[in-house]
Design a protein around this ligand. Sequence first.
Ligand SMILES: O=c1nc2n(C[C@H](O)[C@H](O)[C@H](O)CO)c3cc(O)ccc3cc-2c(=O)[nH]1
Ligand SMILES: C[C@H]1O[C@@H](n2cnc3c(N)ncnc32)[C@H](O)[C@@H]1O
Ligand code: MET
Ligand code: SF4
Length: 372
Amino acid sequence: MMTVDDVYAADRVSGAGLALLRQRACEIRDRHWGREITYSRKVFIPLTNMCRNTCGYCVFVKHPGDPAANYLTPDEVLDIARRGERLGCKEALFSLGERPERRYPEAVAILKELGYATTVDYLVDACRLVLEHTSLIPHVNAGTLTEAEVERLGGVSASMGMMLENVSKRLSKPGMPHHACPDKAPVLRLRTIEAAGRLGVPFTTGILIGIGETWAERIDSLIAINDIHLRHGNVQEVIVQNFRAKPGTAMAEWMEPSRHEMLKTLAAARIVLDPSISLQAPPNLDGEFEDYIESGINDWGGISPLTKDHINPERAWPALGELSRRTAAKGYRLAERLTVYPRYLAGCREALVGPLSRLARADGLAREQFTS
Ligand SMILES: O=c1nc2n(C[C@H](O)[C@H](O)[C@H](O)CO)c3cc(O)ccc3cc-2c(=O)[nH]1
Ligand SMILES: C[C@H]1O[C@@H](n2cnc3c(N)ncnc32)[C@H](O)[C@@H]1O
Ligand code: MET
Ligand code: SF4
């Protein structure tokens, strides 16, 4: 048995110690998730890249003055979704900046032109548009939200998400990545996940590693997420994502976390988290991603045949055939899932019943499987 105390003490494990940690994680994964590793075929829809925060690692955000700072129009949203649909995508991932209208008159003006007061108002209609005119299912990754906002968005998306990042308040101090980022206050992030729990919204969250946190703070974060899941049962997946330094950002010269850190953290996450929570790591942020399989992951997250990863635009996804082959080389089968995991399908909102049942097969994974 491996206890939470053992995991807290695993900060400096290597060699046989690390091997044992990873083996334990794999046993848990194999027992609860079998020999299948899933992914979601998606399009990325960056509804706006303006944001009132300025996270030190973020290259997605664009501020007014930069000609690239914008909102997509409803036509552009539908165009991305329709092209994705033709390529077999099933998820529309809306990932966007947070409340730019609270900071920039430029954002207020564009929203007004579109007929909205807030970014969330526009997001609700953009999701509805995709639901009504395509077969894609919206997943909303819009950062911190109030309970009322989660409720509204829950009616037009099957699942929602927001990385906790980390529970550490230290990361908001001057010189740290979340300094002057109102929406990255850990207490607000936890409240958002908790609100989704109360409303029964299947939720994706996770931690970003290598941004100045300690090992103990990583484990604290995983436990905080797990506690919400134990109360509400709504955390469908946890992402462990490695920070990648981007030119032009405040953290351009920061050291990136090593693969060793990823392998250790993934195994720790699998041991700490309830086994019903899917463990996801992205395959485009490290050349030797297949090693994650031996740390207990069971999911690769969203992969797109059409759009780039706007958050890590320089990191192309591996081709599906390659992902399939490298997954198989470790003894696992690649399978395509929907944005919402099988066990949450039965509890979905009325408006989603039809769209989801058209895409899901009896076991809850995608009826039409693209795996190479
Ligand atoms: O392409 C990406 N997809 C990201 N996704 C989407 C993810 O890969 C899946 O498509 C969805 O979680 C559905 O399972 C996120 C979703 C969230 O709810 C929260 C955070 C992320 C982070 C990323 C990301 O950095 N890049
Ligand atoms: C959508 C999620 O992407 C993550 N994110 C943002 N910037 C980076 C980066 N430079 N490297 C890795 N992950 C990043 C954050 O965790 C955010 O919440
Ligand atoms: C584009 S970053 C992902 C969405 C949101 N701004 C967040 O940081 O959580
Ligand atoms: S990571 Fe999200 S919250 Fe932070 S600046 Fe980028 S878009 Fe804004």
